[in-house]
Design a protein around this ligand. Sequence first.
Ligand code: AHR
Length: 869
Amino acid sequence: MQKLFQLLLLVAALCQGTKTLAQQNSIFIYSPNERSGLHAAVQDSTGAWHHLGQLCSSDYGTWGVEKRMYHPSLCRAHDGSWRLVFQVNDCSPLFAAAYSADLVTWRPQDYPQVVTPNCLAPVVHPAGDGFEITYRSGDAHYRVKATPDFRHFTAGERMTDSDVQQINGALQIEDRFTVDGQAYAGQKFELTAGEMTRIRQFFLERAEDGRKSSERMHDDAKNLTGLPAVVNATFTVNANSQKPISDKLIGIFFEDISYAADGGLYAELVQNRDFEYSAKDHGGWKATTAWHSTRPIEIATEHPLHPNNPHYALLWPDTLWNEGWDGIAVEAGKKYDFSMYVLAGGQKQSFLIQLTSEDGTVLASSKLKTAAKDWQQYATVLTAQKSDAKARLVIIPQKAAHVGIDMVSLFPQETFMNRKNGLRKDLAKTIAALQPKFVRFPGGCMSHGQGLDNIYHWNHTVGPLQERKPDFNIWHYHQTRGLGFFEYFQFCEDIGAEPLPVLAAGVPCQNSAANAEGIGGQQGGIPMDQMPAYIDELCNLIEWANGDPATNEWAKMRADAGHPEPFNLKYLGIGNEDIISTVFEERYEMICKAIRQRYPYIKICGTVGPFHTPSADYIEGWDFTRKHPDLQYMTDEHYYESTGWFMHHRDYYDSYPRELGVRSYELGVNGQPAGQLLTPNSSLLTPKVYLGEWAASTREKRPNIETALAEALYLTDIERNGDIVEMTSYAPMLCKDGHSNWNPDMIYFSNTDIRITPAYEVQRLFSCNSGDRWIQSRFSIDNPQLSAQLKHRIGASLVVDSKSGKKFLKLVNALPTTLQVTVEGILLPTPLQCEQLTGKVDDQQAHAEIITTDSPTTLPPYCLRVIEL
Ligand code: AHR
């Protein structure tokens, strides 16, 4: 009897256990509010629901007003994978659709367009092989059909009343539970034990990753107590074992952000020289912004200098002056080229052109006589008698007659390499000192633009300045395009860097605001019937850069601009951290196929979105890239992260698959493109990595020794992985004081000063001491316990430049104590001269210095040291 009782108890316990297990495999999916995206809750053994983590969030439209998720609805496909739809707002003719195999990683969202002006409360459910989405608009319900892969959708058809009644149950959100004390509507699903384990594991790993990524050198005094005064480590070199690595690891990212181009690197000193500013550029801006006069300035458009520059100023005998970019910095003894176009209808006119101080002191003066009938350019030279950091350009007509003026320009004669329409000498020299192996331009987000109409068209930026097409800048100011593709290519040539233009993949920035039809984000992409013209535009760039002026009209433009020799373009980026949606993939593939077919020697660079793994765009982007290895040579990764993240992800590229096949790119002799496709079957090719935007950041959002050392540590691992990582560029590069769109940046500047940062120093030290072979080595802390705790805080890399035979050893100590390194396998002569960057972790001003030392491998706390051997 007792045995029977015990048996019953055991059965009861087992049943209880089974019940608990079943409860623990339920998942409740809900959205706490429209800004928070989709979340999951799981039950504890008492059946109470607890928040587990965020599954995904809305990627639709512009930051701030959009990125909302309303009425999420999920269903499971027959194979267990997930489909999600949600409403993005109440005024756009589209809904959001996403797919997930495991509920925690999601394919990038698509935004299928529907026939109705808006799309409310969409609900998804399986139907046949595919899915059906029903939604409401006005008083009616509509049905959209989706393919099984959730890639293609019909535009929606109106449902009959009986259809609606039939499906009514499915139109409601079904479940309501209390999660951690708060009631939510959502959906409950049963998972298998295996699925639940994987999901829980995913969130545990994310939490652990977050914990590690929050580690800061700034907190070392608090967190790293009890360390010995000296930590011993050993660097062991196997000089006989080397591998080829990229000789283009360090380049620069140039984007007109934070006044990097107009008002920055582009040496033009007149602001709004073409009178084309408007409220599209910046709220409140207009054709007269930055201009001042004794009377209201008259703006005309009747007889424009060029249709791309419709506005000009009509002068009466009133004094007109331009404030420049936060003033005009003028230096005594220096010469300045003044020019402007004048429309005087044949009347004689003369102008006094002056540079003056704010108090009216004349710094430079010259006269200009004009008499032309139609628009004509006049020029004179101003020589400054005195210096002034905040001068003005003054134009004083000498006779009472109406004249039009446009394209009013003032350039220092001393530009970088003394180029006309050139670059600010001091800034360009600072950039050149980085010895960048390539220059990426013109962005960033500026490449793909705010909406379809703002996509950067390279051909709008070449030719005579007055014919270039200015546009608004996604960073809320104006692009004159005076610094256009000709100037970018010329700069690359002047500093010996490969040009890497990055142009849109037929889609604008995913964060774009809605167009006139209420469609935001990628706005559906360039319409398919316009894609052939867009592809031609990209191919024309290759002709313009590399073609023969005798046979090609685009190449002739380049020659007419003063550069008959080809620019020898080898790389072309297509897309910038786009959402890897169906709209993107379709267009990207079309573009790449056309370029590969017509210009097989061009190395195309793709994109995998704005974040590292496990972001949706990264996963889908790499999936697409690896499925189409023939389309691109490399792909562009972006990640801005904490110093802790960089220190704890130094193995990021260790497991990337390496190339197995022969690359199908080849250049002929003398740098001329040969256009040969070497390997027709390129299925074994593995695209390389271009880490196109990256920077370490802290709460202070300024480069300092902490961020610089995190970057230096990461770069030692990039060098080790230089067989798969082809290029890297810190971003953004430039930021003008008072006009910051983004922090941290590598170089800060005003009209008169340039402040390089510790981030700049790290880039320079790695770039100027680079090699093309990595020499096998190991670096570890001698004490095993300390090593387990702190191995992520030390780094070393030894590379050799096979042309010069020079070897470069980089040692990084990101510890608060001295690091004493024993070197095995190579000889280090002493005393030895080397360059080092060191300082207190919060130091933003630290510069690298050359030192001579008897103990080159004894590093002070927080130090990067570069030794040439
Ligand atoms: O580097 C600044 C911006 O960051 C770039 O424009 C964009 O690509 C990224 O989001």
